[in-house]
Design a protein around this ligand. Sequence first.
Ligand code: ZN
Length: 262
Amino acid sequence: MKIVYRKGQYNIVADCLSCCCTQEVNAVFSIENKELLDIITENYAKDNFFGPIYDFFCDSSKPMPPDLHMTLHWFSLDPVHKLLIYVKDGERRLCIPREKHLIRLIFHEVHDPLTSAHSGIDRAFAELRSKFFWPKMKRDVVKYVKTCHRCQVNKPYRKRTSAPLQLMPIPETPWEVISLDFITNLPKSKGYDSILVVVCYLTKMTHLIPTHMTADAVKVAELFIEHIFQLHGLPKAIVSHRDPKFTSKFWQALFKTLETQL
Ligand SMILES: [Zn+2]
């Protein structure tokens, strides 16, 4: 590709009607199918949006509809194929009337072939937008891609795969390994709204200790010494669904209370 600098005064949009439209429409939009072109031109008149614009271009004796004053300058008519061309921001796009089968065929060509690989909404829209124009195109693209059967079936799994499950080794003695968790948001009973649940991994013996939702690691360590340590001693391991930070703080508080450094 060669990039050539053009002075601002020369860098203007080409006028559709002054170009050789026959070749240009085919080259730009790659539409050579006569049947397809006929369907497009036949449906302009029936289209709510393009109908009045098309009428005005086909019959210049008609006065310009007042509500088209603001938009008409974006459109021109290819005199050979009688196709409406939308020109804005330097882009020339073929106007497509809202005809169900026609739009479906265009979507199929842009989204479904192997070369497109069922691209996502943004890529399909960019591809369409570079060649075609019709009102609410983005909405139609979103609907088509979201309801595409192939896309639904072959959706890639984007979640991180979880690590393989690891079985906990079976403890040799009771209360060697315990689990420590909470049941919270309970209706208040005697001022308590939570339960600290401590379970022995080997015997499944359980202690239910009333506590508060506000209990921090230090408070939990105090409850643990009062209700568990006095009966079963210090466990070798604690399994908890609380975050590792809490478990770490809990161990620190426990050792501090037991006045041990190990
Ligand atoms: Zn698809």
